[in-house]
Design a protein around this ligand. Structure first.
Ligand SMILES: [Zn+2]
Length: 188
């Protein structure tokens, strides 16, 4: 079955964000995590505005009130990103009610790198700004390429350095100085 057919079946032939059945197309959610399938079925309006949701009347996005409870995590992740970008009080209230596990929040936030791109601000999985000397917890097992070990979920890394690689900080794990992706870290 094609991706589109699969999605049509999953969504009962309607947009997975707003429920419209017009101009349905597959949208690929941009993910850093290769293990997750990023395809979602969206209507024409959602498809063209989901990356810059503030361009259209915010009332369109009230549909996220339902979409954020979708049984497919990728739809939840997309809803989370749109709500975050809207940054309206009602949207922030929905974000607080939303249930996503740490991995999903990390994936959702890793797609929102605009302020990291703009400056050199580094943020953890929850959007907290990281500074030199902070301690962080790793929230996902991370294979350290070249070093031959896995930095285990739950490991605390003390006294981080900001380094100069976008989206990463420097820290010592197992006595080895490595770069760690900020979206898989939580400030402690
Ligand atoms: Zn839609």
């Amino acid at each position: 079955m094609s991706i589109e057919k699969n999605l049509e079946k999953r969504s009962n032939g309607v947009c997975e964000l707003c429920g419209s059945n017009e101009d349905l197309k597959v949208y690929q959610v941009n993910l850093n995590d290769e293990g997750t399938d990023g395809s979602v079925l969206l209507c024409g309006v959602c498809n063209s505005n989901v990356d810059s949701p503030k361009e259209i009347d915010e009332n369109h996005w009230r549909c996220l009130n339902d979409a954020m409870w979708n049984e497919n995590q990728i739809v939840q992740i997309l809803s989370y990103r749109v709500l975050k970008q809207l940054n309206e009080s009602w949207a922030n209230e929905l974000l607080e009610m939303m249930y996503l596990d740490d991995d999903a929040i990390a994936i959702a936030n890793s797609g929102l790198v605009s302020d990291e791109d703009a400056g050199d601000i580094k943020k953890d999985a929850n959007g907290n700004i990281l500074v030199e000397g902070d301690s962080v917890t790793i929230i996902k097992d991370l294979e350290v390429k070249g070093a031959g070990f896995t930095a285990k979920r739950g490991t605390v890394v003390k006294g981080i350095g900001l380094g100069n690689v976008a989206g990463h900080i420097e820290g010592k794990v197992n006595g080895t100085k490595i770069y760690l992706k900020t979206c898989f870290l939580k400030k402690v």
